[in-house]
Design a protein around this ligand. Structure first.
Ligand code: NCD
Length: 525
């Protein structure tokens, strides 16, 4: 039997792959399930009971809690659980992840893949490559669940963390004040908080980390854009020296395996700034709870073990919640649970092509064109290149346009002062080219947004277009993500087509790892 609802066949690569309503639904359903199981009723109505559903655990990085809670959750559902042996597989013969999964996908009618990897964005890429393949051969879309991808996100940890916070707050979502303490730079669980905490209305986040381990600006900005009040402190000492201390503390360990040598050398000193110690106890507010995704270092923990038996210990129940939330996540994506969901689901992103705008032609004939550039009889003139930028930037735009668009024909170009003002702009005149196709226009807009494209016919401007920044850049050989850990990074040979989407500002983020880039970084040298 195949259940179908709004959740079935979907994937969770990042927290936002579930809408806020869906996240809250997940927490409420988990609460029901947990109550039933803990009251000895077994939670049978939540079980998928489909031995044809295969659940694969593909863990390229070490794991205890995430893997074991998913394994147990899959067993709860009486599905087929397959613990894929990464170390003994053809990955060692340089097979790509997509090829391996295409093969596994063929073994059962319905499948779900739980993937942990150092390669960021792996689930997003598999969702589209295997999704396309499934459509081609008429099979249902498999689901991919990100069980932690490099330094990027850990959405299912986030869901169990939020569930634990809701329990702590007695399900009141009006406000939340949390301190995030430790390695906020490399820790993916704290990055996922930038979206996960949105379930609360009034959110205050205190970031407690030395500069070397500070939250990456992308996530800090995201928190602010989500309306959170963000404050920063470089150590627990500094944090406790002020009076507005949170009652919820979320610790992370120092992610030594992800650090560069320079930071790792300083690990001892940095750890001291974010490790809790006994002398801090009197400074804490009443009813304070500590959380930690675990594991913690047995010699140098940020949450020392003498706290285990105190009321501060929120981490044991938190880790138990991983089992319940993951049962629910599998249940939802299988389509078995979720039929009664009434809220708003995620919207499919749209990328309107309106960044090319036809502009008014004020002067049809330019008799006295620019010094050094002859008016063309027929052809193309790209004008206003890099207008208003400094002279080096304008030349850089011109060079990029010429090189990346391979404009190797009779032509001239130059930098001029723009319309009597003190700013500069570039012009490229191409008398031998009569038109650009859609792809070339997109490329031009992406390389030199703001420029104008003039089509000249019989010495007159026949059409004029102003090119704005496109909302998405893809389908070009000359672009690549510059994050070495990204699944699409060329050196990994995973054959993933790079793609960037524009944020409201002029920043572009990689579709897979979400690393922000400015335009110049997107294009290969
Ligand atoms: C976290 C992870 O893997 O990102 N652990 C987990 O899933 N419980 C945190 C960590 O490894 O420090």
């Amino acid at each position: 039997m195949e259940d179908l609802n709004v959740f079935s066949g979907r994937s969770i690569s990042v927290v936002n792959d579930l809408s806020l309503d869906e996240q809250i639904y997940l927490y409420e359903k988990t609460r029901e399930l947990k109550d039933e199981i803990q009251n000895g009723n077994g939670g049978d109505r939540f079980k998928i009971n489909d031995p044809d559903l295969s659940i694969y655990l593909l863990f390229f990085e070490n794991s205890t809690r995430t893997k074991e809670s998913f394994r147990n959750a899959a067993k709860f559902h009486n599905s087929r659980v397959n613990d894929f042996n990464v170390a003994g597989s053809s990955f060692n013969k340089k097979e790509s992840i997509t090829d391996t999964i295409r093969m596994l996908f063929g073994y059962s009618r319905r499948s779900m893949f739980i993937v942990r990897s150092g390669l960021e964005g792996v689930c997003r890429s598999l969702e589209s490559s295997i999704g396309n393949y499934a459509e081609k051969i008429g099979m249902p879309h498999p689901s991919f669940i990100n069980a932690g991808d490099g330094r990027h996100e850990h959405p299912t940890q986030e869901f169990l963390d939020e569930f634990s916070f809701l329990e702590q707050k007695n399900w009141n979502r009006d406000s939340f004040h949390i301190a995030l303490v430790g390695d906020l730079f490399h820790g993916r669980t704290v990055h996922s908080k930038a979206d996960g905490l949105k379930i609360f209305k009034d959110v205050r986040v205190d970031l407690v980390a030395p500069e070397e381990l500070a939250m990456p600006p992308y996530y800090e900005e995201k928190m602010k854009a989500n309306g959170f009040c963000v404050k920063k402190y470089s150590s627990i000492d500094e944090y406790l020296a002020q009076k507005d201390v949170a009652r919820t503390w979320y610790f992370t360990r120092l992610q030594l395996e992800r650090m560069g040598d320079k930071v790792r050398e300083k690990a001892g000193e940095l750890r001291k700034m974010v490790a809790f110690s006994e002398n801090y106890l009197p400074e804490l507010k009443t009813k304070t709870k500590f959380f930690h995704p675990l594991p913690r270092h047995k010699i140098y923990p940020t949450v020392p073990s003498f706290l285990d038996s105190t009321d501060l210990n929120g981490w044991d129940l938190q880790s138990m919640n991983g089992y319940f939330t993951r049962i629910m996540e599998i249940g939802l994506l299988s389509g078995h649970i979720g039929g009664d969901f009434k809220g708003r689901s995620v919207a499919t992103p749209e990328f309107p092509d309106d960044f090319v705008k036809e502009a008014d032609i004020k002067v049809k004939v330019k008799h006295d064109y620019k010094v050094g550039i002859k008016p063309v009889d027929n052809g193309i003139v790209i004008d206003h290149i890099g207008k208003g930028k400094d002279i080096e930037r304008v030349w850089d735009h011109i060079n990029k346009i010429r090189r990346l668009m391979k404009l190797n024909s009779i032509s001239s170009h130059g930098v001029y002062s723009s319309e009597g003002s003190k700013s500069y702009k570039g012009i490229i005149s191409l008398p031998k080219i009569q038109s650009f196709d859609e792809r070339q226009i997109k490329m031009l807009g992406a390389i030199a947004p703001g420029c104008t494209l003039n089509i000249i016919k019989e010495r007159k401007i026949f059409k004029k277009y102003r090119l704005h920044i496109p909302p998405r850049i893809y389908n070009f050989d000359e672009i690549s993500c510059k994050n070495e850990n990204c699944i699409s990074y060329p050196d990994h040979y995973q054959n993933v087509e790079p793609e960037f989407t524009r944020l409201e500002s002029s920043t572009f983020v990689c579709k897979y790892c979400e690393k922000p880039h400015n335009f110049h970084e997107i294009w290969d040298k």
